[in-house]
Design a binder for this molecule. Structure first.
Ligand code: MEV
Length: 438
């Protein structure tokens, strides 16, 4: 059995790989080659990537695709999307073109508040705690001045600090609930630094407060951390057009399409099993842009899904209706994104992605990202309610199957042609490939 290793982080990259191969990969040289094959030949660039995280042994590539023709508030964008799932970029591009021909997307930022909390325990009289917090608010703000100065110059900073009594849900539990404006940065480091300072001051002030009992002086900070739930950092994306303009061919009228589409959205609104998959489709678009622009997709995912359940039942993020002959499709979601700080100036591809988007502000990026999500959901529902999803998916999947089976360019060409007239399944592709080869 493999023994635990001490000091793994002290080994250099090759030593780490050799240890891995020896202990977990049967000393397989080809495994080592796979890892090394992804090292960048540019040492400086490789070093940059090595230093993003700890114990780096290689790079993990994702394709970066482009979805052009996104008209958002009258301006054209090409969206950089980092994603491994075939057909997402194609679907986004298709939806962009569809809506470009019908007036484009509209998007607006409704608010941009970020939230952080100091979670603490206090055993005593609420009124005395409340009095202390009111008294020390200026002190709390003063204590974080070195952290907030630059943010304030950019128009952001701390919006308000509130004491929240949570003792009805958990004994002795209170919060300092703080709202922040972090301008163009996602603001995680800024918020957490402020919160930790608040915690320090809060604890000191409690200890020194002559009005507190001995027990009250033991005010105990449990943790200080931002919240990835940002229900007041909301962006709205929408499209609309006359119902008759939705029709693309004789198979379905605009009215028929709209009604079926709206029904599909309504199902996701009331049925959580469907809502999760429906929203997963939204996140296909959102995550791809979030990743390409160096933002934290885990934070976005967590926040968005919490928002989707804010009324006690998980529901659709998107909504649709027909009003006075106009089809409307929209979504409001929380997106805490940044276009400065973090990876944005460090990762060359992230920098490039932001250049591709014409160096957006955080608000612009919220709009673009929300539109990517809405477009993706539109594309998915359009396929699902008309041709079915597999037709498009399997076309893209065909290439993956061929690549997995080392098909030559000639074989690919012949089989792509063959499968324009035949149903694609994994087994039928393998069968045809074998036929060709025999
Ligand atoms: C697949 O990645 C996403 C879909 O399942 C979304 C949906 O069902 O709406 C197609």
């Amino acid at each position: 059995m493999t023994k635990p290793i001490h000091g793994f982080s002290k080994l250099d990259k090759s030593e780490k790989i050799n240890w891995l191969a020896k202990n977990y990969l049967n000393n397989d040289d080809s495994a080592i080659s796979v890892l090394k094959q992804y090292w960048n030949t540019n040492d400086e660039l490789q070093k940059l990537h090595d230093e993003f995280i700890e114990n780096t042994v290689s790079n993990f590539y994702l394709p970066l695709g482009l979805a052009p023709n996104f008209r958002i508030n009258g301006k054209y964008y090409v969206l950089p999307m980092a994603i491994e799932e075939s057909s997402v970029v194609a679907a986004a591009s298709k939806a962009a073109k569809f809506w470009d021909e019908r007036g484009g997307f509209k998007a607006s930022v409704l608010n941009t508040k970020k939230i952080g909390q100091v979670h603490f325990l206090f055993q005593g009289e609420f009124s005395r705690l409340d009095k202390l917090i009111t008294k020390i608010k200026p002190k709390l703000r003063e204590a974080v001045k070195p952290i907030t100065r630059n943010m304030e110059k950019r128009g952001g900073g701390i919006l308000d600090i509130n004491l929240i009594d949570k003792t009805s849900e958990l004994d002795n539990y209170y919060q300092l609930f703080v709202n922040f404006d972090t301008r163009d940065s996602m603001g995680a480091n800024f918020i957490n630094s402020c919160l930790e300072k608040f915690a320090e001051v809060l604890q000191e002030e409690a200890q020194q407060n002559p009005e507190f009992t001995a027990k009250e002086k033991e005010l105990n900070v449990i943790m200080s951390i931002l919240s990835n739930y940002v229900p007041e950092c909301i962006v709205r994306a929408e499209v609309s057009c006359p119902v008759e303009d939705l029709s693309e061919n004789e198979d379905m009228t605009g009215q028929e399409f709209a009604e079926k589409f709206i029904q599909a959205v309504k199902i996701a609104e009331i049925e959580p099993y469907r809502a999760v998959t429906h929203n997963k489709g939204v996140m296909n678009g959102i995550d791809a842009v979030v990743l390409a622009t160096g933002n934290d997709f885990r934070a976005v995912e967590a926040g968005v899904h919490a928002y989707a359940s804010r009324n006690g039942r998980y529901t659709s993020l998107t909504h649709a209706e027909i009003e006075n002959g106009i089809f409307k499709f929209w979504m409001e979601i929380p997106l805490a994104l940044g276009t400065v700080g973090g990876l944005t100036s460090l990762h060359p591809l992230v920098k490039l992605a932001l250049d591709i988007l014409q160096r957006p502000s955080a608000n612009d990026l919220m709009k673009i990202t929300a539109v990517a999500g809405l477009a993706q959901n539109f594309a998915a529902l359009r396929s699902l309610t008309t041709t079915g999803i597999q037709q498009g998916h399997m076309k893209m999947h065909l290439m993956n199957i061929l690549n997995q089976n080392q098909a030559t360019d000639q074989e690919k060409e012949e089989l792509v042609e063959f499968f324009t007239h035949h149903t694609i399944t994994h087994s039928s592709v393998i069968e045809q490939l074998e036929n060709l080869r025999s």
